[in-house]
Ligand binder design. Sequence first.
Ligand code: SAH
Ligand code: MG
Length: 207
Amino acid sequence: MSRVEELLSFAATVKGFMPSDEGHALFETGRAQRRGGTWLEVGAWCGKSAVYLGAAAEERGAVLYSLDHHHGSEENQRGWEHFDEQLVDPVDGRLNTLPAWQHTIASAGLESVVLGVVGPSLVVAEHFDQPLDLLFIDGGHGDEVAWADYRAWTPKVVRGGALLIHDVFSDPADGGRPPYEIYLDAVNSGEFTQHGGEGSLRVLTRH
Ligand code: SAH
Ligand code: MG
């Protein structure tokens, strides 16, 4: 098996909510970027999407910042149908996905390619000055949080850079509105060209 094949099959075993066809689309989008770029994902969870993107980043000589406060979104807390007690920190009783994320990135051998950034998205965005060649928005899906991420991070995407948005559902029966709304805003802004995508993943390029 090639290194890439190994990473893609490993990614499929990581905890999370990234179907493999969408994960492969993340990988292919990353792979199509210019060499040596700076990439960032908002929403790391246990590192599943970071391995798909990281596989491409390794190949392209890029770096992926994987940002999360690691305490789960509002919608991920106790009572959620997929809530996982194994992710609860016994010390403070809070959800903590950082240890799982670290194990994932170490097992993938991507520790020099995928760099963790731990903290609230908006605080990081305020102090993050690097232009982004690829931005993947997959953080909190609540109305305020999703729009705030979109407004804080999207302006950092360079011309020719990629904007990816996850959990975009045009039919409200399939999922929440905010990711779909921010996607529509990006399309309607006239600043991006759309490339289709896969499942609930949308891929845009700034022109
Ligand atoms: N991209 C991941 C899944 C991310 S789940 C994958 O496909 O594998 C959404 C994540 O966003 C959660 O881990 C949650 O902790 C994080 N998150 C939500 N709101 C946040 C905020 N304001 N700042 C930082 N991280 C946030
Ligand atoms: Mg998602």
